[in-house]
Design a protein around this ligand. Structure first.
Ligand code: FE2
Length: 285
């Protein structure tokens, strides 16, 4: 970990008039050539910075957008990189990430509802079906203290796992992840490997609490000692500060993160009067 701002090299300014115009865009309206050009720019950033290291980039200069315009900008800009995916049973395309006073050890609480730190993870793999390739966070308000993003790149994890092929082997086999029971009628768990190489490159599915909860479900075999040992080893790697990249979004910035290769979390945060507020989207590229 270094003290240097990791976003410094991947921060791209959006001209305020263009941001307003994208926020106001109607999906079924006549395409605006400026939007087409911006979409091409975004796809270039994605190819250079998401599909390759560092696995993230930031749009900046969006502080002039109102709360409502910021929500629309977040969805419209996300749409330029693929299909924006629903994040819950009701089909919401945008989720507010804020402290709802919940704790992750509750039965159905999601990380995005807490102000806890740690718990490095990837997003959306606990839902049956397609897993988001990218996710975005628009920072409307930052916390008074803390709330930095913590990121670990899968390539660094794989480098460390060269010394432990036995652990790698266990992580490549399926685990049961708890679905958080937010899809009525759906199975209580979804089976996926933690490290998946099916698409030819490494993809991570991980949140330790969801694996633990999945293997506690009725009818699911408890974790074996080998599985627990492999997860403990992975957690040890994810806890290593030298593998962490820490970046803090400023209000009016939107980060795009590769959900396949970047395991992420945040530092714990303390809110001031208004409270930290991020808008999140999930994208199938
Ligand atoms: Fe997340």
């Amino acid at each position: 970990m270094t003290d240097e701002d990791p976003f410094a090299h991947v921060r791209f300014a959006v001209e305020p008039g263009l941001a307003d115009s994208i926020a106001a865009a109607d999906q079924d309206g006549v395409p605006d050539p400026r939007h087409t050009e911006f979409a091409e720019r975004l796809r270039g950033y994605a190819a250079d910075r998401l599909d390759r290291r560092p696995g993230c980039f930031v749009l900046t200069g969006l502080g002039g957008l109102s709360d409502a315009a910021a929500r629309r900008f977040t969805v419209n800009a996300s749409r330029m990189l693929g299909e924006v995916m629903p994040q819950d049973f009701s089909g919401a395309l945008l989720r507010e990430v804020k402290d709802r006073g919940l704790r992750l050890d509750g039965a159905s609480a999601r990380y995005s509802d807490t102000r806890q730190g740690g718990n490095l993870h990837t997003d959306g793999f606990h839902r049956p079906g397609r897993v988001p390739d990218y996710f975005t966070l628009f920072c409307l308000r930052q916390a008074a203290l803390g709330g930095s993003l913590v990121m670990v790149h899968v390539q660094d994890v794989l480098t460390e796992l060269r010394a432990r092929p036995d652990v790698l082997d266990v992580l490549r086999r399926p685990f049961h992840f708890d679905t958080r029971a937010d899809t009525p009628g759906a199975p209580r768990t979804v089976r996926r490997p933690v490290l998946d190489f099916a698409d030819g490159s490494a993809r991570v599915h991980y949140l330790r609490e969801y694996v633990e909860a999945g293997h506690r479900q009725d009818g699911v075999a408890p974790l074996t000692p080998e599985q627990t040992g492999a997860l403990d080893h992975l957690d040890g790697l994810l806890a290593r500060a030298d593998l962490h990249t820490l970046g803090r979004l400023r209000p009016g910035e939107m980060v795009f993160i590769d959900n396949r290769s970047v395991i992420h979390g945040r530092t714990p945060f303390e809110d001031g009067s208004a409270g930290r507020m991020m808008f999140r989207t999930w994208i199938a590229a």
